[in-house]
Design a protein around this ligand. Sequence first.
Ligand SMILES: *Cc1c(COP(=O)(O)O)cnc(C)c1O
Length: 473
Amino acid sequence: MRYISTRATGTPERKRFCEILLEGLAPDGGLYLPETYPQVDAATLTRWRGLAYADLAFEILSLFVDDIPAEDLRALCRKTYTEEVFGTAAIVPLTRLEDGLYLEALSNGPTLAFKDMAMQLLGNLFEYELARRGEELNIFGATSGDTGSAAEYAMRGKKGVRVFMTSPNGRMSPFQQAQMFSLLDDNIYNIAITGVFDDCQDLVKAVSGDLEFKCKYKIGTVNSINWARLMAQVVYYFAGYLQATKTNDERVSFTVPSGNFGNVCAGHVARMMGLPIAQLVVATNENDVLDEFFRTGVYRVRGTADTHETSSPSMDISKASNFERFVFDLLGRDGVRTADLFGSQVPRQGRFDLGADPAFAQAASRYGFASGKSTHADRLATIRDTWQKYGVVVDTHTADGLKVAHEHRLPGVPMLVLETALPIKFAATIVEALGREPERPAKFAGIEALPKKVRVMAPDVQAIKDLIAQACD
Ligand SMILES: *Cc1c(COP(=O)(O)O)cnc(C)c1O
C-alpha cells in the first residue's frame, strides 16, 4: 500500500504509511489518500463477524499498513481498544431506539467524545514509530475543547512525545477545563492564552511557520487531516454494520454529525472498500458549509463573521478541512483539478461551484451522500423528543444527527446515527432542553475540584517558543 496526495500530478510521489504518519499536509498542500482502496469481499466480511473490536481493527489496519510487522500492529490495536479505556467490551455498542433506528456509541473513551476512537490509536502509533526511529516529537496545537483534550489523553505518559496545547483562557466549559487541566503528566503542557481561539490558532501558525524552529524542535500536529486518524475511524463503520446485520445482503445507512468532514470521510472510505452502506447522511448545525455543498454543488468557506457559535460547538467550522479528500474521488482522482479548486479557487475566491458538473450528481447517485441541517431549536426539540420517546438522553451533536437522520430513513434499511459525545460535556443545553443535569459517569465525579496544571500566558510567540525550547533541554 502506498499513499499519494490529492493534488498529485504526473508521476506522483508514493509514500508508505509510516512516512506519512507523522506528517500533516503533503508538500504540495494536498492530503494523503491510499493509491487504491483495498476491497473487502463477502467472505472476508463473514469471517470478521464475531471478531473482538481490537482484532477487527487489526484486520482493517493491515490493509492500509505494510511497514509495521503484523504482530506489532496487532499488539498496538489490542493495547488501544480495551474495555478498561472504552468502558464496554463492544467498544462501540449499538443502542436500539426503535426498529431500524440505532445509536452507535463512539463516546465512551477517556474524553467522552468520538475523537478518542482515533486519537488513542495515534498515541500508541506515535510512541511506537518514534521509538523505532529514535526521535522525539513536540505536538503544538490549539483547541477550543474536544480535539485538545483527546490529544492530551492519548499522548499522556507516552515516551518521546510532548504536548503543548493552547486554549482561550476561561472560554471552555468548566467540565472541559477540568478534563484537560487535571492532567499532571510531565509531558503535557496546558497553556491558557489570554485571548480568543483565533489568537491560539495564530500562535500555532506563527510557530509552525518558523521552519528553522519547527525543524530544530520537531514540532508536529495531530489535527484531523492526519490519515492515521481517518483510517482508525474506518473500523467503527464496519463494527456498526456487523452489529446491525446478520448477513452481508443487508445494507445500512449512517448519519454523521459533521464539521470538518473527518468522521464521515472515514465512512466514505469504508463504503469504497465495499461495506454495504446505502447512504452516508451528513448532518451539520447552523454552520452548514457541507449541507450547502450536497444540496447545490457550491463549496463556500465562511468568514469569521459568518461562523456561528452554536450549542454543538465541535461542529462550528468555517471550512471542512477533510473535504478535499472526497472531492478528489468525486472528480475521478484528478489531482490537477483538485489542486485548482482547493489550492487556487478557494484561497482566491473563497468558493467553487460544481453544480453544473456531471460529477456533482454522482455525490448522491454513486457515492451515497445526502445531507441536512439542524439548528439550536431543532437540537432542543430532538433532545426532548428522544428522551420522551425512547428514554435516552443524547448530546447536542448527536441531536443534530438524529434530527437529520429522521429526514432520510429508507424503508428496510437500518439507520445508524453516530453518537459523537456524551451529554455531560454539553450540560447547559441539556438543562435548557430537559430542565435537569445530565448523568455524569462515575469516573468524572468531582473532577472540577482536582488539582490543576495550567500556565496562563499572553499570545506572545517568543514566550511560547522559549517555553518549548526550555522543555526540550
Ligand atoms: C469533532 C466533533 C464532531 C465533528 O467531527 P468532524 O470529523 O469534524 O466532522 C462532531 N461531534 C463531536 C462531539 C466532535 O467532537
